[in-house]
Design a binder for this molecule. Structure first.
Ligand SMILES: [Fe+2]
Length: 442
């Protein structure tokens, strides 16, 4: 069985019809990541996942990660962007040799050829077909046989199956453990019952989501200013700090009234519709809050770092380019030469774009120039470490990197803090700022 995940019904229908026809294989469908994870948890016999990336309620990385930690089934990434662009790490192709990436518009028959090969290699072992019976792992019986609707069987000899329960009869935990003790690994359904149950189960999960699209299992993809603010609040950034930053952004924008281009950049960030804007805004909110904690309210530093947050990534061409924080990243190979050049030089480009604006001073330009330096010296362009960073750079980079981990790498607060420790944010000039950041939540 193949699990197809796409929020577009048309794409799912065409793919599933082609797969069923060409491979004589059953497909079950999900329209979002939570639904897909629920199907993986409850339906035995899925041996391949093919999933779109961008979907409401959270992207397919959630499915990929759940799968990698559980059954690690082959995962086909179907998207307008290559897996590397979508933030799948270098392990994507290593974690399962069958993992593959197809870029939209894709050739359905190319996908089917790959799926056929996977079916040949592993698919046949996933469901145990025997003389009109289908066997599933004994541990999965309870979660699969909803309300004990179907009769269960046990295999006595190669051709002989004996009924264990009738419809409505409970297959108790006690029975499961006693069969397991006797070495029974598989419990069988009549083939028709099995398929009927798969369809009912998938339908039930789909209807539950239609009635109540509760995406609580996966982090919501942000799409508006409100959502960035609620993420900030979730991290412990107060309403007051958010208002303080909003007011400051408003006054920075006002002071740049004579430069319409910069005005437009700030307008775009305020709308917060793309990842670059969201990252700029979350960086600004974090900077506002951490600056206050460090007692910088009155020395003009918040205004400088918040100005830098608004412009530092403004010359990146699109969201994908802001995924890179380290020039040694293996993801770089997915970018064209000119994109790599933009990533390497976007700080200089940003400075050039604000060069003629008197209100923006040297210190703000320096912060922009150094915003990808990291305390362990692996950042760029100069590889400055924690010992050589200035106070304003340490403040900015701590908040910028934290926002990057939260938004781009989807880490929660504690995970981001742990990851930051790995790159020495708790050292040298960064130490105090890092402590203040940690304290916004605790
Ligand atoms: Fe940047």
């Amino acid at each position: 069985m193949i699990l197809l995940v796409d929020d577009e019904q048309d794409i799912r229908s065409v793919l599933s019809a082609s797969i069923e026809l060409e491979m004589n294989e059953k497909c079950i469908e999900a329209s979002n990541a939570s639904e897909a994870i629920k199907l993986l948890k409850t339906i035995p016999g899925i041996y391949l996942i093919a999933s779109d990336f961008h979907m409401p309620g959270g992207n397919s990385k959630h499915i990929y990660e759940y799968n990698a930690e559980n059954d690690n089934l082959p995962f086909l990434h179907l998207s307008t962007d290559h897996a590397g662009y979508c933030g799948f790490d270098e392990e994507f192709n290593e974690i399962n040799v069958h993992n593959n990436s197809f870029t939209k518009p894709f050739d359905i028959f190319e996908i089917i050829e790959v799926a056929k090969k996977i079916k040949e290699d592993i698919g046949k072992n996933f469901i145990d077909h025997k003389n009109g019976y289908i066997g599933i792992n004994i541990e999965k019986v309870k979660v699969f046989n909803i309300d004990d609707q179907f009769s269960l069987y046990i295999q006595r000899s190669p051709d002989k199956f004996t009924k264990l329960t009738n419809p409505g009869e409970i297959f108790s935990d006690k029975s499961i453990s006693s069969y397991r003790k006797k070495g029974v690994e598989k419990i069988y359904f009549k083939e028709d019952d099995f398929h009927q149950n798969v369809d009912r189960k998938a339908e039930k999960i789909r209807l539950d989501f239609e009635k109540n699209p509760n995406f609580s299992e996966v982090k919501t993809q942000l799409s508006s200013l409100c959502e960035v603010q609620s993420l900030a609040k979730n991290f412990g950034i107060s309403e007051e700090s958010i208002k303080y930053v909003d007011t400051m952004i408003h006054s920075i924008q006002k002071s740049l009234e004579k430069t319409p281009l910069l005005h437009d950049i700030i307008d775009k960030i305020k709308k917060s519709e793309n990842l670059i804007s969201q990252k700029a805004l979350l960086t600004a909110y974090t900077l506002g809050c951490v600056s206050k904690k460090l007692g910088h309210d009155s020395n003009g530093l918040p205004q400088k770092v918040i100005t830098a947050a608004l412009f530092c990534d403004s010359q990146l061409e699109d969201d994908h380019l802001c995924r890179i924080t380290n020039l040694n990243s293996t993801e770089l190979k997915y970018f064209s030469l000119s994109q790599r050049k933009t990533i390497r030089t976007h700080m200089e480009l940003a400075i050039k774009s604000i060069l003629s604006v008197e209100q923006i001073i040297e210190e703000e330009k320096r912060i922009i120039m150094e915003h990808h330096e990291l305390p362990d010296g692996t950042g760029f362009p100069r590889g400055m470490d924690a010992k050589s960073a200035s106070a304003s750079c340490a403040l900015f980079n701590t908040c910028y990197y934290f926002s990057h981990l939260s938004l781009v790498e989807n880490l929660d607060f504690d995970e981001s803090i742990d990851k930051m420790r790995e790159v020495s944010f708790d050292k040298g000039a960064y130490k105090k700022v890092f402590e203040a950041l940690r304290n916004i939540k605790y």
